[in-house]
Design a protein around this ligand. Structure first.
Ligand code: WTA
Length: 654
């Protein structure tokens, strides 16, 4: 196990505890510790009863025959025999209940343009675009790639797919052309939905051009739909005759009515590609009924959602957080939310707090990396703003250091708002470990306790229960992934083989404290979490070795003040090639092109060889120590100890 010891140390001294304020507890859905414990017990004793009860709160065209079918584990089935539709539960259900005029989305563009969209309008837009897709020949089961900035059409396109049973595969708009190509080919996408551009720090990112480059050789793509975002900022957007159409043209001549397709429980809802330990991202599969119930219930309880809340999650819909906690979970609960297109520091570092003040946001959900950036920018940006509408805060995506947690608690939450530190993954579909805001006393840096129906364990490699070790999840849960697209064997090998099929293996290390709280200690595999973005080191390594002058490469994650973790690359260069900044530039360009700028390493170190054991295995532990500027321990098992000295000298030179 390679859990980072420094993170284990920093949180093992943390004993502060913050019980929720009695005002909050009084009106919370889960009110008080005893209520949490009782419901948790029930959910573990009778999971099927628990989940069936939750499902009853939603709309079903037909109810299920069984709640959980484990006969083909690990290919679990939830709510088998039922028929339902996520877009119906996100939209039609609220209109039927007389809440159609309620604002679904307060959208704000980076330049300051804004749109308020009610549930009724959202429904209309979704129906129209769904009909437009149908008119272009899209059918149930077809895969649709969505590469859009954070504009309402992103949520509309997602829900339009769900409405007609098309499978969306959202690609975060920071990914490169090559990443689009790989994802489109892997899932044989027939349509790509994009925009001419999107704003980021005052600049227009030309998304359509990136799509054109990405799909140039993808014969499966028959249609490209382009949303016009760049009205005020014209973008050179070439439309390919017969393949490309403008979104506004397509929706101009279609019917307003599009009945929601009655989907089977295990029909594929979406694919979302995520990084693992190999060079190839995995298409994580989420299906209909189980994900529906899980996204609904975790949103309701963890964010304690009430009808008068204004919720804001700062994630991008391109990641799982946006799928579950912007689109599906939040909209199923029928609350009003804010959606923001751009950067937190545009036009200045107070932008987020302006938005909270303007829309009177009551629930705010963001990433630790953003919190660390706010801390660095200084308290003045915050203290000038009125944040008194806030009642609940959340974090997601990476471990939060106690210092950042305390700042969030004091500066943003005014010591009044509970903080839910939510641990989960693309694969889990929704929250797994998290405080219940009206029940759990929180500790800075700790994801605390399991959500209902989740049974965590901490194990050794051999499956022995320990206090600190590898996190495991014992029971299946409705929001769990159902597979890796096109690769059932990889699904079994990656998640279910470690302990003989008895537990799900998430790939994180964890420690249980004296209160039974679980502290996440970071990944135990070669996945690095940079600013909350999951990056497989093998992905970068396979890019580097494509360079003609590179022989071998190893990439490691190191602690980073703002990003949580950063990447350091070690690259061995063939004889005769100068190891200079020019080569560095070429390698960085390759990362930009193959993955995206967000995956750039902090540093690239060159050497003639890498530290290896006598059997030829690269010793990553030593590379991590070098990259962190640490004293090196015993290096006598190395095949050639001088390699390490060279690297260390280079590191120190800066
Ligand atoms: C990490 C994001 C500590 C973890 C929702 C996990 C966290 C990976 C937390 C999943 C947290 C996420 N505390 N670590 N609260 N939340 N992680 O798939 O390593 O992008 O395995 O899903 O992020 O990242 P993913």
């Amino acid at each position: 196990m390679t859990t980072d010891n420094s993170s284990m140390e920093s949180v093992s001294h943390e004993h502060r505890k913050f019980p929720p304020a009695s005002e909050f507890v009084k009106s919370a859905h889960i009110s008080g510790e005893a209520a949490y414990k009782a419901l948790y017990e029930k959910s573990i004793q009778d999971p099927e009863g628990f989940w069936a009860e939750a499902a009853e709160e939603l709309h079903w065209f037909k109810k299920w025959d069984s709640v959980l079918d484990a006969s083909e584990a690990p290919f679990f089935k939830w709510f088998d025999g039922s028929r339902t539709n996520l877009s119906y539960n996100c939209l039609d259900r609220h209109i039927e209940a007389g809440r159609g005029d309620k604002i679904a989305i307060h959208w704000e563009g980076e330049p300051g343009d804004a749109r308020d969209i009610s549930y009724k309008q959202m429904h209309l837009e979704v129906c129209r675009f769904a009909n437009a897709m149908k008119a272009r020949g899209v059918k149930k089961g077809d895969r649709i790639a969505i590469y859009l900035p954070m504009i309402p059409e992103l949520a509309i396109a997602v829900l339009a797919c769900a409405r007609i049973g098309a499978v969306h595969s959202v690609i975060f708009a920071g990914f490169s052309a090559d990443s689009i190509r790989d994802r489109v080919l892997d899932s044989e996408t027939c349509m790509v939905i994009t925009a001419d551009g999107g704003y980021r720090r005052g600049k227009m990112l030309e998304l359509k051009q990136i799509v054109d480059e990405g799909i140039a050789s993808c014969e499966c793509v028959k249609d490209v739909v382009v949303v016009k975002r760049g009205d005020a900022h014209p973008v050179d957007c070439k439309m390919q005759e017969g393949r490309d159409s403008w979104y506004h043209d397509l929706v101009a001549n279609v019917d307003d009515d599009c009945p929601a397709e009655e989907m089977e429980a295990e029909d594929l809802l979406f694919l979302l590609y995520t990084s693992g330990t190999t060079g190839k991202p995995k298409g994580i599969m989420h299906t209909t009924a189980g994900y529906q119930v899980y996204s609904y219930l975790t949103s309701k309880y963890v964010f304690d959602l009430k009808q008068d809340d204004v919720y804001w999650c700062t994630a991008d819909v391109g990641w799982i957080t946006g799928h579950t906690y912007i689109v599906y979970g939040i909209m199923q609960n029928g609350v009003t939310q804010v959606m923001y297109e751009g950067a937190p520091n545009h036009p200045d570092e107070g932008r987020f707090w302006d938005i909270i003040e303007k829309y009177k946001v009551s629930i705010f959900y963001t990433a630790p990396t953003a919190i660390r950036a706010f801390m660095k920018w200084g308290d003045d940006w915050v203290t000038r703003k009125d944040l008194s509408s806030l009642r609940l805060l959340g974090t997601v995506g990476e471990p939060i250091n106690p210092e950042a947690w305390m700042w969030y608690h004091k500066m943003i939450g005014a010591e009044r708002c509970p903080i839910v530190d939510t641990w989960w993954q693309t694969e889990t579909g929704g929250h797994m470990l998290t405080p219940m805001p009206g029940a759990t006393a929180t500790k800075p840096g700790c994801a605390t306790l399991p959500f209902f129906g989740i049974e965590p364990a901490i194990l050794t490699d051999d499956g022995e229960a320990v206090e600190a070790g590898i996190l495991a999840i014992k029971k299946p849960w409705p929001g769990m992934l159902r597979g890796i697209y096109g690769d059932p064997q990889r699904f079994k090998d990656t998640y279910w083989c470690k302990w003989g099929g008895k537990y799900y293996f998430p790939g994180d290390g964890a420690r249980r404290d004296e209160d039974g709280y679980i502290w996440i200690l970071g990944r135990v595999d070669d996945v690095v979490n940079v600013s909350g973005h999951r990056i497989g080191t093998a992905e970068l390594e396979s890019v580097f070795v494509e360079h003609k002058d590179v022989a071998e490469s190893a990439v490691v994650g190191v602690p980073h003040e703002i990003k949580g973790q950063g990447l350091v690359a070690f690259v061995t260069v063939i004889d005769g090639r100068e190891q200079d900044d020019q080569l560095r530039k070429e390698l960085v360009t390759m990362i930009d092109k193959s993955i995206g700028k967000f995956a750039r390493p902090e540093r690239i170190l060159f050497s003639s060889d890498l530290p290896k054991t006598r059997s030829g295995k690269i010793m990553r532990r030593i590379l991590r120590d070098i990259a962190e500027g640490k004293e090196l321990g015993n290096v006598t098992t190395l095949a050639d100890p001088t390699v390490v000295q060279d690297l260390q000298q280079q590191y120190l030179k800066g």
